[in-house]
Design a protein around this ligand. Structure first.
Ligand SMILES: [Zn+2]
Length: 482
């Protein structure tokens, strides 16, 4: 890609020379510093295509467009892992970041790495490493390649920053649940630090998960007594622990930013108090402001991480609102990137998901338009598209447009008992849509269907067709010149 850049630059010099015939033009142009090369990788956790469609109807109606819908280049991505038809976030994000297919629950390690559950630590928490000494090898991530090139790098999420998706960008470990160990990987110079991140480490870290940075005696989960937030401060990170501190950060004067806003995951967007927690869009644009001071470029990963959690709970409204918050972050990023790079010729933005869920859109529903006060929209019951009357199932009961293949709310015996189901019930913030297979609360599963990938900017046109998730790594690497 570097060679191609120089060839293209040389060609434009030749054309200019032909046009103006000036020798001085040539020297001016050939010494020009190449512009910064930037990559923003957006990952909607669990954001399958039915969820995207439902979120579109929820936010802007059937004929509206989310920002994701406007991306000019698209592909389908196969998500199976090394050992499973249905992946979890660890090997799927690792595949994007490393190009290697690995086993479920493994983070950025070679394919032969076995996922071994953590064992109890001194406090009885299952957080002690039992991976073993000869259990696979680390494989390089896009973030590490970016750092090795002198770029800046940032990781932004609404989950714990040590959760599988963000962790796959900056750590290598046999099991995603080892979140104490994962936290140490980002503290420059400390025990457990991932030296492949260079001497300076990640430049921006924003999300939740203070508990894995805090000693057990202080209410955290760390059995080793280390206070990693203090250690990050000592490494010259500007630390923000709430929205007020975050908003006060002057990005133009901040080299390294470390913000953890909650003990565990950040709130669902529906429940978020903006006085306490920044939005994903605000975290994304602040990260860009800090990272863009690097004249070589940056790699930024942004995760809409709680779409997945709401789907596991089968609370559709929370999932759709978090998908909308994720889409807002994409819009904010494209708008900001275009200020310094109007045609995005030096900026690649990729939007994808790590896996599907089992959400479905039932029935031949009449168009609902977007959800608003007084209109349940896609969160309501299926209505006949000719008469508008509420449709009934074989048991004579109404049913919601959104359902799940599996989940915690399955009506036992006949659905005749559901005769009074209405839009107000099914569109409530905490309603669990009905499922076909009944599983434990919060345990709705991922799905194995291919996911959407959209791209815009530099090299975006190389993303096309139906591709394996491991192929995304090489496409990003080549397009970005990493
Ligand atoms: Zn999940």
């Amino acid at each position: 890609m570097t060679r191609r850049y120089h060839t293209a630059a040389g060609l434009s010099v030749a054309l200019l020379l032909a046009a103006c015939g000036s020798a001085s033009q040539q020297s001016d142009l050939t010494v020009a510093t190449p512009p910064p090369q930037n990559v923003i990788f957006f990952l909607g956790d669990g954001m399958g295509m039915t969820t995207m469609t439902a979120a579109r109807i929820y936010a802007v109606g059937e004929d509206g467009e989310l920002t994701m819908d406007t991306l000019p280049e698209t592909a389908f991505v196969k998500t199976f892992s090394n050992d499973a038809q249905v992946t979890d976030s660890a090997p799927s994000m690792s595949a994007y970041m490393t190009g290697v297919k690995m086993n479920n629950e493994v983070l950025s390690m070679s394919s032969d790495t076995r996922a071994i559950d953590p064992i109890a630590d001194a406090n009885g928490n299952k957080l002690a490493n039992n991976c073993g000494g000869s259990n696979g090898n680390p494989v390089p991530t896009l973030v590490e390649l970016a750092k090795a090139k002198g770029w800046s790098a940032g990781v932004v999420t609404t989950t714990r920053i040590t959760h599988a998706t963000p962790a796959a960008t900056y750590t290598h470990i046999c099991h995603r649940d080892l979140e104490n160990d994962i936290a140490t990987a980002m503290v420059p110079g400390g025990a457990g630090y991932n030296t492949a991140l260079g001497t300076s480490g990640l430049d921006v870290v924003l999300g939740g998960g203070k508990q894995f940075f805090t000693p057990f005696k202080d209410g955290g989960k760390r059995a080793d007594g280390r206070d990693l937030i203090a250690e990050m401060k000592a490494k010259n990170y500007t630390v923000a622990s709430n929205a007020t501190e975050f908003n006060a950060v002057d990005a133009s004067k901040t080299e390294r930013l470390f913000g953890l806003f909650t003990s565990s995951h950040m709130s669902y967007d529906l429940d978020r108090d903006p006085a306490k927690e920044p939005s994903l869009a605000d975290m994304t644009t602040k990260a860009m402001d800090v990272l863009s001071k690097n004249s070589k470029g940056y790699f930024l990963m942004v995760e809409g991480g709680r779409i997945d959690h709401a789907l596991h709970e089968t609370t559709a409204k929370k999932a759709l609102q978090d998908t909308l918050a994720f889409d807002n972050a994409i819009k904010a990023a494209i708008d900001k990137a275009k200020i310094s790079d109007p045609t995005l010729k030096n900026t690649l933005i990729v939007v994808t998901a790590d896996h599907d869920h089992t959400l479905v859109l039932n029935g031949y529903a009449k168009r609902t338009g977007k959800t608003s006060a007084g209109n349940a929209g896609v969160l309501g019951l299926v209505k006949n598209y000719v008469t508008g009357a509420t449709e009934k199932d074989l048991d004579g009961a109404p049913y919601s447009i959104i359902g799940f293949g599996n989940g915690e709310n399955r009506t036992q015996a006949s659905r005749a008992s559901m005769a009074s189901l209405d839009d107000t019930t099914t569109s409530a913030n905490t309603y669990h849509q009905e499922a076909t297979i009944r599983v434990a609360a919060g345990s709705e599963t991922h799905g194995g269907t291919d996911v959407f990938l959209g791209a815009i900017g530099k090299g975006a046109d190389t993303f096309l067709g139906t591709i394996d998730n491991t192929k995304v790594f090489g496409l990003v690497k080549n397009a970005a010149g990493l």
